[in-house]
Design a protein around this ligand. Structure first.
Ligand SMILES: Nc1ncnc2c1ncn2[C@@H]1O[C@H](COP(=O)(O)OP(=O)(O)OP(=O)(O)O)[C@@H](O)[C@H]1O
Ligand SMILES: [Mg+2]
Length: 245
């Protein structure tokens, strides 16, 4: 096992043991899966445990759900984000490119100011947020809506690569959430992040089985197995993690 880099505890019971102890500090990892597979839960659990158990402040930036809804949903896991926010251990930012106006959804030009450079704008927003709480952890939920806006794949790749490079230079360990189903092409973020964690739910008899699989983790020996997971009142955990040799 390589012990020359520091490890970041994931806060997901069972996950550290299948990635040789945790994420590589200062790197970025894609968390990908279909709707309801647990991406947001995994991201919030990583931030909550980081701030509460490991003394590592975090920033959560949403590009899809609204923050009140997210904080409220977290109560079903017993996570009190308002308490951590009031202590400057967590910052939650709404960077959705849409807003509700007259009960209709419209593009939010005030946020991106109609800019041609949303990645640059978002990166600046992230870096100033990191400074505010001295964040060590970041979750972006999710980058899919950004990528969808542009037909120019080179622009999206360059924008994501620049954003991720800036986060790595700042030494934060980032989770980049993204929407993915097996029918899709490989999303661009998979190529620019250091790791990929794949969440799935598949039909099993008259219910569904939830799983997690690490499909890429640069520089880390990791399990290649598909591990069953469970979501319960404590969040997400691996059911039978097999320890790495
Ligand atoms: N307290 C709880 N106990 C058990 N399972 C829960 C609990 N709260 C939510 N869930 C499950 O978690 C699922 C939501 O997971 P989550 O929002 O993390 O998925 P997601 O991958 O982010 O989905 P999306 O792509 O729609 O954003 C719910 O559909 C529900 O099945
Ligand atoms: Mg989600």
């Amino acid at each position: 096992m390589d012990s020359t880099y520091s490890k970041v505890k994931t806060g997901i019971p069972g996950l550290d043991s299948v990635i040789s102890g945790g994420f590589k500090s200062g790197r970025s990892v894609s968390i990908s899966g279909p709707p309801g597979s647990g991406k947001t839960t995994l991201g919030l659990q990583y931030l909550y445990s980081g701030a509460k158990d490991f003394g590592e402040p975090g920033v959560y930036i949403t590009l899809s759900q609204n923050i009140d809804e997210i904080k409220n949903d977290c109560k079903s896991y017993g996570w009190d984000f308002d308490d951590l926010i009031s202590k400057d251990k967590i910052l939650m930012i709404d960077a959705r490119p849409f807003k509700i106006q007259d009960d209709l959804i419209g593009k939010d030009d005030s946020l991106y100011r109609g800019e041609q450079l949303p990645f640059e704008h978002l990166t600046k927003l992230l870096l100033s947020s990191i400074k505010r709480v001295e964040a060590k952890r970041i979750v972006i939920d999710s980058v899919t809506i950004l990528a969808m806006q542009y037909s120019d794949k080179f622009y999206v790749r360059q924008g994501l690569q620049g954003m991720i490079q800036a986060l790595e230079n700042f030494g934060v360990t980032s989770l980049i959430l993204s929407e993915y189903s097996e029918r899709d092409d490989y999303p661009v973020e998979w190529f620019v992040t250091s790791g990929i964690i794949h969440l799935r739910h598949t039909r099993k008899a008259d219910t569904m089985e939830r799983t997690i699989q690490v499909t890429k983790m640069r520089g880390i020996k990791h399990s290649e197995q598909i591990h069953p997971i469970d979501l319960d009142s404590n969040g997400l955990h691996l059911l039978h993690p097999r320890l790495m040799p």
